[in-house]
Design a protein around this ligand. Sequence first.
Ligand code: FUB
Length: 328
Amino acid sequence: MAAEREYVSQPLVSDIYTADPSAHVWNDTLYIYPSHDIETEIPMDDTGAHFAMRDYHVLSLTEAGGEVKDSGVVLDVDDVPWAEKQMWAPDAAKKGDKYYLYFPAKDYDGIFHIGVAVSDSPTGPFTAEPKPIEGSYSMDPTVYEDTDGEYYMYFGGIWGGQLQRWTSGEYIAEDSYPADDEPAVAPLIAKMGDDMVSFAEEPKEIMLLNSDGTPIKHGDNEKRFFEAAWVHKYNDTYYFSYSTGDTHNIAYATGDSPYGPFTYQGVVLEPVLGWTNHHSIAEFNGQWYVFYHDTQLSGGQTHLRNVKMMPIHHNADGTIETVNAFAD
Ligand code: FUB
């Protein structure tokens, strides 16, 4: 029998399964917007059908290591007119006194789009807009509030996230990937409209570059974008971090503009227990953290995950020290 592994951090909550944590600090409180994983009879496949989530909770805490509050259900798929299933990785943003929950879901044609729901409180309940954000598709939205007050959504994911089905500009129900020596399928960015429930522009592709300035290729599975985009700013540099999917790392690339291009720098978080790796990065009470998930609680079941947090460190040269979720 395999020996029990030692972990750097323990699950933030253990009475429900949670994943894909998006962390924000508002009014001195840390809010985490995770996916809510559930048991399912749906068999595991490459489209991720076994990630059958149907609602969202919000976690909050006022100090690292302190009590974690669970809001209960803040939005259910039955309260989203256009969405049928697969409420995957969400994010949230605050503008003025309003809070916006951004989430992907499959519509009744089996196509992923990105929806938004609004609340007066960071812990909901949230009221969904009747339609997905116009011009949105694929999954894993994250909304970054820049220091100048502009908001940008980053989104997309390949394989089950369907980004490879939109490369012609419209949805084609067939996967279409570049050749291995061609640039990889690119994640997308769109500036948010003033209302925060629409895009102010057509989504644009983000270029991810090798250190020699060439685009990261589709065949470079160790480095190419797969899903789980996140952006943070440190010392005026934009850090675009993401999952490499089938190579299971959280990688990062840096740039001088929210639109990129971003140059690959390395790995933030090495593979965790479970197939998926999905994170966010935020500063809380003067310490930077990576928020992530693994499958410690379910003993390795990939669709039953638990969120965690651990400190990370930016080096003087701007690189981030690589961390590992295992302590041994
Ligand atoms: O939680 C469902 C999907 O698994 C997410 O959208 C992906 O990023 C991966 O974590």
